[in-house]
Design a protein around this ligand. Structure first.
Ligand code: HOZ
Length: 427
């Protein structure tokens, strides 16, 4: 048995941890396999506890844009560790990271660090509600903004993969404050606003959807959202936990030239350590305690190790040519996959923005959740298993993004494409 140690560990884990995992997307339920337990990783390669090596396109679900264990990030964390791991008091690194984030991301005038993307989105919504004095929010079907109560309505990622429409434990009164509409559907947004005039505090959107698989915004979608929010005094929140520093140095808001009122960040800005951030217009951010009355706090917020890893990562990403290199790698993969699919006669649709990509097993363009759900999940499962057997580690769900890193070399891409050719030649 190739993955004997993983099987043993999963058996033990299931007795001790619900479902054997600390986040549902890790359980590989939708592909019907035992998850690989990971021992270590370097660059674009991840090694499981049975010492199998894989080319990794999960990248810890987004943060590892430099590849794993980048020497400069490792050195920064080692140095920070020697100086103490947490103080519960301000540090100079937090000021430096805040300055870097504000310089890079157009919508940020002030920013607060938290410990996860969930916290960032939850706090941004509380702020929007406190600032506007309104209760309702609009989100998009298949959008995932972490697991806060208000946001687990028609959500993507693990909840979509597992086919859970909502989640028990969320009071109906809370879920009822969330209006979810189809992505890329401006008429639906307009209608939701008209039916709830003066009641919508915020509209939260992934400017490139990444949690129902990758779905790009249609031309005009983001600018029109900006305009509708302006007309109705709604706080526009871009959830850039995935796209921030991924699709451009300035994030998706720079790439698409639409500036939100508030932005949520996470993943890359912590270089692989737990982090999140939310920020935006000074006038709104000043409402947060202690400068204002809206409360949010955290013992480990701005943790020195996460800040050190984040700073080291961002300084490397700031170098010229980085985002062009990521774009080029993404383009090669997209173009070649489409060619292989055409040659093999496999009906697929590939969505890509920069270094985020999803291969949907449908021939129909994927512009929203309903399109994404037209994918043939049995074909995805066969593909995932075949790729794993060929040494390629993909997200174990049709509804997630592949993440390409700077560590993916032309050889890694060629190996991946050869694996796809092999898998499709067997079907
Ligand atoms: N939801 C993230 C993937 N789209 C990964 C975080 C997680 O749920 O574990």
């Amino acid at each position: 048995m190739l993955n004997q140690r993983s099987q043993q560990l999963f058996h033990q884990a299931q007795q001790l941890i619900p479902g054997g995992v600390n986040s549902p997307v890790r359980a590989w339920q939708s592909v019907g396999l035992t998850p690989s337990f990971i021992a270590r990783a370097q660059g674009a390669t991840i090694y499981d506890v049975d010492d199998q090596a894989y080319v990794d396109f999960v990248g810890s679900w987004g943060p590892m844009i430099l590849g794993h264990a980048h020497p400069q990030v490792v050195a920064a964390v080692q140095q920070a560790t020697g100086q103490g791991t947490s103080f519960g008091a301000p540090t100079s690194g937090e000021v430096e990271l805040a300055r870097l984030l504000i310089e890079a991301v157009p919508g940020l005038e002030m920013v607060r660090l938290v410990s996860s993307g969930t916290e960032a989105a939850m706090s941004a919504l509380r702020l929007a509600r406190g600032y506007t004095g309104r209760a309702k929010i609009i989100k998009f079907d298949g959008g995932y903004h972490g697991h806060a109560d208000t946001l687990l309505v028609q959500a993507g990622s693990g909840i979509l993969t597992q086919g859970i429409p909502g989640s028990p434990g969320i009071p109906a009164a809370i879920a009822g404050l969330t209006i979810s509409v189809p992505y890329n559907d401006l008429d639906a947004v307009q209608q939701a606003i008209s039916q709830n005039l003066g009641e919508i505090a915020a509209l939260i959107v992934e400017p490139v959807a990444g949690n129902m698989g990758v779905v790009a915004p249609e031309p005009g979608f983001l600018p029109e959202l900006r305009q509708l929010c302006d007309e109705h005094d709604i706080v526009l929140i871009f959830d850039e936990v995935i796209t921030g520093f991924r699709v451009a140095w300035e994030g998706a808001q720079g790439r698409y030239r639409v500036t939100p009122d508030l932005t949520c960040l996470g993943k890359i800005i912590g270089g692989g350590l737990p982090v999140g951030a939310y920020g935006g217009r000074r006038e709104i951010m000043a409402q947060m305690a202690p400068s204002g009355p809206i409360y949010q706090a955290g013992t480990l917020s701005g943790n020195p190790l996460a800040v050190a890893a984040g700073l080291a990562t961002l300084k490397l990403l700031r170098q010229p040519g980085v985002y062009q290199a990521l774009e080029d790698k993404g383009r090669v993969l997209e173009t070649e996959i489409k060619q292989l699919a055409a040659q093999a006669g496999v009906p697929v649709w590939v969505n890509r923005v920069g270094s985020m990509l999803t291969l949907f097993f449908t021939s129909r363009p994927v512009k929203n959740l309903v399109d994404a759900q037209s994918s043939d999940l049995a074909s995805f499962q066969r593909f995932f298993r075949g790729m794993l057997a060929q040494g390629i580690y993909l997200p174990p769900s049709q509804f997630e993004a592949w993440f390409i890193s700077l560590a993916h070399s032309p050889e890694h891409l060629a190996t991946t494409l050869a694996a796809i050719r092999q898998v499709w030649s067997e079907t």
